[in-house]
Design a protein around this ligand. Structure first.
Ligand code: PLP
Length: 449
């Protein structure tokens, strides 16, 4: 017998009265109350089922409700629930050793954080310290987290609300966004080359000797899955090497099999000097992130103190979850599976594009994909512009409402609809999801001119 029975209204009232919600106006919110989650589905308190087509925030990579993760966490809680980061546990070493095995290049050591943003903050801090330089170069269409340094590194317009607080000394460059190429290039190769020349010019203007690091996502996520043209990232890394600039790969969203490789940069044959991860490391079961560094950077701190610290760095329980999640990735071959399912989705979305004139572009790597909706395929007028305001979102809001009505949760931002289900999704569930999207896109099609 439950001691206290909460009714749905009471749960919602408690949350709305006493908690704050990320990124939104606080009045008028209608959050779903979820009380069951299993596999690729979540259920609200009325028993309505939703297909989770973006793995929540692209982190629930192994699906919801896996008992083996709960068991590993429970066992660790009973053995050692916490020791300070100067003491060690079996799981901390086990997880870090596994990470070193799957990471690109010679990234052998990890500093554990609690999530993505603090991994980015610490990467920037270390890159500046290691090079003795102060500037960071990043892409406009990118997101690296919400703390002041990470927000400044990103170009996402959410930062503009708190612009005066931004960490200084970040310089942004244009993305090689071929669908909307800033240089109106006719081919992807030309767009790539323009983007590289532009980056090189900016590096020159800013003084290469002042630049500590270039930071880029392993594959673009939140900004609309703006894929790097073939060869782009490799050339960026070469430019960094030429000038003694460190390359920081932000693999927070693109890591852990999401793109069909352990890490996104492995699709581009790039070995970063620093790599930040979070989300998929515990597949959302507990908050864990980290920063991996090259041997060279690690060695620099053999004889001087490492100026990083967090009370919950390498928390044993989150590390235990990480070890258990890594076992699932390996046992179920989820990294290769993401690549195969990505191919499947690309074929199916190509069919959808025949049916729906509102799909302007689909960009996908493994199970990280975005539909870009347009009002007109010729002019590419977006269904909602970059950084759209509420009224400009009216059609996209209707599309999103239809998805909910038909039993799908997925991320919808401006004119992007995300297709990033858990790596455990089946082909039948992908078909189910794409049928729902197809139905909702009828609304977008009617807004086409
Ligand atoms: N970097 C990237 C690429 C992300 O997508 C995110 C979150 O979406 C972050 C960093 C920030 O991670 P967190 O929200 O765990 O701080």
């Amino acid at each position: 017998e439950p001691v206290l029975t909460f009714e749905r209204e009471e749960i919602v009232a408690n949350n709305l009265k006493h908690t704050l919600f990320s990124w939104q106006k606080q009045a008028g919110l209608k959050p779903l109350v979820i009380d069951k989650a299993e596999g690729v589905y979540i259920w609200d308190m009325n028993g309505k089922r939703y297909l989770d087509f973006s793995s929540q925030l692209v982190n629930m990579n192994i699906g919801h409700g896996r008992p083996e993760i709960a068991e590993a966490v429970y066992k660790q809680m009973q053995e050692v629930s916490y020791v300070y980061p100067g003491m060690v546990t079996k799981v901390r070493g086990e997880l870090a050793k596994k990470l070193a095995e799957v990471a690109p290049g010679n990234l052998t050591k990890t500093f554990f954080t609690l999530g993505g943003a603090d991994a980015i903050e610490n990467a920037i801090k270390l890159a500046r310290l290691h090079t003795g330089r102060h500037k960071i170069v990043a892409l406009y269409q990118s997101y690296h987290g919400s703390t002041n340094g990470a927000l400044a590194a990103g170009g996402d317009p959410r930062k503009l609300q708190v612009d005066s607080q931004q960490m200084p000394n970040v310089v942004h460059v244009e993305n090689p966004y071929f669908y909307r190429c800033p240089w109106h290039s006719e081919t992807e190769e030309k767009c790539r080359d323009h983007a590289l020349e532009h980056l090189e010019r900016v590096v020159g203007y800013e003084g290469p000797g002042n630049i500590a690091a270039v930071i880029m996502e392993g594959e673009s996520g939140t900004s609309g899955c703006i894929k790097y043209p073939k060869g782009y990232l490799k050339k960026v890394k070469q430019l960094c090497e030429k000038h003694g600039i460190l390359f920081i790969a932000d693999e927070v969203m693109s890591g852990f099999g999401r793109t069909g490789k352990w890490f996104g940069v492995q699709n581009h044959d790039v070995e970063p000097d620093l790599l930040c991860f979070a989300k998929g490391a515990t597949a959302g079961y507990l908050p864990l992130g980290g920063l991996m560094v090259s041997d060279e950077i690690a060695k620099a701190f053999d004889d001087k103190p490492l100026p990083l610290g967090l009370t919950y760095s390498a928390h044993p329980v989150t590390c235990a979850a990480g070890v258990a999640v890594m076992e699932v990735y390996e046992k179920e071959n989820l990294v290769a599976r993401a690549a195969e399912l990505g191919n499947y989705i690309e074929v199916k979305v190509a069919e959808l594009m025949q049916k729906h004139q509102s799909i302007g572009d689909f960009r996908n790597t493994g199970l990280l994909g975005c539909l870009e909706l347009v009002k007109n395929r010729e002019t590419k007028e977006p269904m909602a512009p970059w950084n759209a305001n509420a009224s400009e979102m009216s059609v996209m809001n209707q599309v999103q409402a239809k998805l909910y009505e038909l039993g799908m949760y997925t991320m919808v931002r401006w004119n992007f609809v995300f297709i990033a289900p858990p790596l455990t999704v089946t082909e039948a569930q992908i078909d189910e999801g794409l049928a729902i999207i197809s139905e909702a896109l009828k609304i977008a099609d009617t807004a086409c001119k």
